[in-house]
Design a protein around this ligand. Sequence first.
Ligand code: FEO
Length: 396
Amino acid sequence: MVQISGIKAFKIIDNVFWVGAKDWSRRLFDSLIPLPKGTSYNAYLVIGSEKIALIDTVNPGFEKALEDKIRDVVEPRDIDYVIMNHAEPDHAGAIPYILGIASKAKLITTSIGLKMAEIFYGVPIERIFVVKDGDKISLGSKTLRFIEAPMLHWPETMFTYLEEDGILFTCDFFGAHLAEGMFDDEVEDILIHAQRYWAEIMMPFRFSALKALEKISNLDVRIIAPSHGPIYRNPKKILSKYFEWAQGIAKEKVTIIYTSMWGYTEKVVKLIESELIKQGIHTVVYNLAYVDIGDIAKDLADSKALIIATPTVIGFAHPLTMLAMYIAKLLKPPVKYVGLITLYAWGTNADKQLVNALKELGVEIMDTVNINVTPTDNDIKRVRELTTKIAQKIKE
Ligand code: FEO
């Protein structure tokens, strides 16, 4: 009989299987984040000598794929525990389906997860078993330990650690939106994808991330199994990157974001770019009209400075500039220094508007240069001074 590969489980090590789904076609997450390489919803089956646990499930629409992969290894009705590391529907959306066919299974979650299991998925309370930090369950030959890791990126999030095999199941943490590759070493640019994911999802929660990293620092972690993207069988690199990002360690790097309607703003941006490059600064430029915001997020995650250049539209900053500012405010990048350039024809409030929008980011505004369409010699001098000031600051 012909076997359709999509229904096969993937063995990670003995008695631990990937039973998730790859979503090559998905192009948007949260109706906001572009997914140029699709994504995966990783779920894992852990089989002990006495009990069976399923760790996380899949996005709605992939329930049958999950069921088929489980069935490739065990009968779904034999599952004893369904572990919900995170309640967001891309990992927990198939819980009602799985609890329907695994009729004896208990749902394991944190105390905050309990409420979410009720309101999102209508799981009856008698089927929920609440665990707290450090609690363990035995599957016989395998032991699962639960590690509370709240606000990564929801309040109920936790990790599950398989003690005997040193596998840490972290759900979104250490994830990457990538359908490609089962293991980290199969994806050449894995850290780029991981950084992008970090910036989009985890960067606003840097301090929670740092706490979680400290909490797991004494664990013998041989494999990290997140719920998006490849499994890290070489976890050292990603762990050290996460420590860097969570501490907000940035590079001598400037990200420039701009909008230009008639090319005047773009000319000023080109001047800034060449001045920064001349001063040995790693410079990244994004035209907001064409950009993938995930790329901007990725670069803001390790830039010490940001330069925003915008034309004026009906007295205010271009709407795309304001959208980018709003997203930056949500993502809380570790940027320290900002330069502002506004262009106008007959008057502008864009400078004040941008300064206001930046208030909550806790950045130092190095200068604001307002240019009346074509830069004067004095404007050019000020733009050069601004780039020099920023270059000096980030080299300090
Ligand atoms: Fe991948 Fe927070 O869900």
